[in-house]
Design a protein around this ligand. Structure first.
Ligand code: ARG
Length: 380
């Protein structure tokens, strides 16, 4: 540990992680990584927005409390040219220290959120505002909705010590134990889980996968599996991930298309946690997360959906999805392929609109997609 001066007379103990590499070595790695990325065919938002001018301006900066460098933010994108985004915030201050780079990426990903824009106040609305998307159960296999929370006064993955991971796990687990009724369940630490049990939960789409190279290269998997775990209720409809990409992911699932029911359960879950835990929140960016794609509401509402006709023409599917601000992923989520014509489709933006508006955007989009599927079917 070393002490850093935060302001006159105020010192804070921080881990010396960023001093394991000399500043000149960091700049050298950055320079060569930047050059390789610039010459690559990468489609990432990092490549698009990291201009020479911005790079030169911010390459020597560090965040005030944790001394996180630009390399800590972008090494995942430098190592993985197939990234969609390519940047993470190692600690909450990175969003302001490296604002010249984060801001345009945030604006681009969330489809219009300028440096002067402010995320609106939380407004969930009610689950009952959202009718079942597929009452006849013809298309939607399952519906899932999640949000993320970070615990106030803790940095994100790359800056957490082994002790921090244990501390966070303990704090979160204590609160999870107080959940009642439908939300009550049990916590399983990853370190105590049998491999087969872990794989079964992954196959059932309940648990996160291990060894995500994007997270690993962002230094987000250190001390794995320490502090990582999953909380599951009896019906396996309410799940909380602890210390995966974010400190907390609150997940609610339903078979079929009852988005409203899943949403209501998620709201009650996250609001119950908020009674006892303080979350990292920013006036401008809303709830803070490790990845800029999750800022704001942090909500991702998705369906596993069969689109045999529309899916036969991937370009057409992408076109309809894009029109409604939806994102198309493969069956096992991010960076995966669709199996048996089942797609994972969700809202794309999460920042700059309320929770209610995010879920409404997804509801309208999925409804339009089902209409397009029916139309494509009737034209055959
Ligand atoms: N860093 C990865 C990429 O750029 C993931 C980005 C969004 N997904 C996420 N799980 N944060 O492709």
């Amino acid at each position: 540990m070393m002490s850093v001066r935060l302001a006159r007379g105020i010192f804070k103990k921080i881990p010396i992680r960023n001093y394991s590499r000399a500043p000149c070595e960091i700049i050298e790695i950055l320079e060569s990584g930047f050059e390789t990325l610039a010459q690559s065919k990468s489609q990432s938002l990092l490549k698009k927005h990291l201009t020479q001018e911005i790079f030169d301006k911010i390459k020597t900066r560090v965040t005030p409390s944790y001394c996180s460098t630009l390399l800590d933010c972008i090494q995942s994108g430098l190592c993985n040219h197939d990234s969609g985004v390519g940047i993470y915030a190692p600690d909450p201050e990175a969003y302001s220290t490296f604002a010249e780079l984060f801001d345009p990426i945030i604006d681009d990903y969330h489809m219009g959120f300028k440096g002067a824009d402010k995320h609106p106040a939380t407004c969930f609305g009610y689950g009952s505002d959202f009718p079942n998307l597929d009452p006849e159960q013809r298309f939607i296999v399952s519906t899932r909705i999640r949000c993320a929370r970070s615990i106030k006064d803790f940095p994100f993955n790359p800056c957490l010590t082994k002790k921090d991971y244990r501390h966070l796990e303990c704090m979160i687990n204590k609160v999870l134990k107080t959940l009642c009724n439908e939300h009550s369940g049990k916590f399983m630490a990853l370190s105590c889980m049998e491999k087969e049990e872990q794989q079964q939960l992954i196959d059932d789409h309940l648990l996160f996968k291990e060894g995500d190279r994007f997270l690993q290269d962002a230094n987000a998997s250190r001390f794995w599996p320490t502090g990582r775990g999953i909380f599951i209720n009896q019906n396996r409809t309410f799940i909380v991930w602890v210390n995966e990409e974010d400190h907390i992911r609150v997940i609610s699932m339903e078979k079929g298309g009852d988005l409203g029911r899943a949403y209501e359960r998620m709201i009650i879950g996250v609001e119950s946690l908020a009674h006892s835990l303080k979350f990292s929140h920013d006036k401008r960016l809303g709830y803070l997360t490790f990845c800029p794609s999750n800022l704001g509401t942090t909500i991702r509402a998705s369906v596993h959906i069969k689109l045999p006709n529309l899916g036969a023409d991937k370009a057409k599917l992408e076109e309809v999805a894009k029109k409604h601000n939806l994102q198309v992923r493969g069956t096992s989520g991010e960076h995966s392929e669709a199996k048996d014509g089942v797609y994972d489709i969700s809202n794309k933006r999460r920042l700059g609109l309320t929770e209610y508006q995010v879920v409404m955007e997804m509801h309208k989009g999925i409804t339009a997609l089902i209409d397009a599927e029916c139309q494509a079917g009737s034209q055959k």
